[in-house]
Design a protein around this ligand. Structure first.
Ligand SMILES: CC(C)(COP(=O)(O)OP(=O)(O)OC[C@H]1O[C@@H](n2cnc3c(N)ncnc32)[C@H](O)[C@@H]1OP(=O)(O)O)[C@@H](O)C(=O)NCCC(=O)NCCS
Length: 156
């Protein structure tokens, strides 16, 4: 059986920019640095925790025309019942020109991520962006979670 990593990479192009799931293109050091130092949700994440998440995910790199990576998004999924969208970012110098919106649209267009029952995500402040793609607030009467908020900072 093919795993997420062995399927042919999915790619989208626009105005010289590329979004690709090709693991060989991914700048893991850049993604780690952003999550560890600049994200509000994964500040202090350990390298081993980060690698564990990426190894099991469908990872989307966003690349500028020169080829350097300038953004990222990750999906944790079983390809049927659920998918969780996480770690979405565009580097500061490239924000505000539609790349984040295009990145989310491209994630949702991935051929293996069609027909899923439920997409989830968590966000502190980007609700407006995701609501454009049909995301709505989860129902507190039916949704539960078990959260260890600092798990990403601990070595296992
Ligand atoms: C969120 C992020 C990926 C958007 O990337 P971007 O390339 O700037 O987004 P776009 O230019 O495509 O703009 C998308 C829309 O979402 C809005 N938006 C972007 N970030 C937002 C935020 N944090 N809160 C509210 N709205 C936001 C923009 O205003 C824009 O709407 P508009 O065109 O009506 O003005 C980028 O701001 C980022 O990396 N932020 C830091 C990391 C982060 O917060 N990630 C989201 C975690 S859930």
């Amino acid at each position: 059986m093919k795993t997420a990593a062995t399927h042919a990479p999915f790619e989208a192009r626009k105005d010289g920019f590329t979004i690709s799931t090709d693991p060989a293109r991914l700048d893991r050091d850049l993604v780690f640095r952003f999550l560890h130092e600049e994200s509000y949700w994964s500040a202090g994440i350990t390298r081993s925790f980060f690698e564990r998440a990426l190894d099991a995910g469908v990872n989307f790199g966003l690349y500028e025309p020169g080829g350097a990576q300038i953004g990222f998004a990750r999906v944790a999924t079983d390809f049927a019942t659920l998918a969780h969208l996480a770690d979405v970012f565009v580097l500061p110098g490239h924000r505000g020109q539609g790349l984040g919106r295009w990145l989310v649209a491209t994630v949702l267009a991935h051929p293996r991520l069609q027909g899923l029952r439920r997409w989830t995500l968590t966000t502190d402040d980007a609700h407006a962006l995701y609501s454009e793609f049909g995301f709505v607030a989860a129902d507190p009467a039916t949704q539960m979670q078990r959260l260890d908020a600092d798990a990403h900072k601990r070595e296992v």
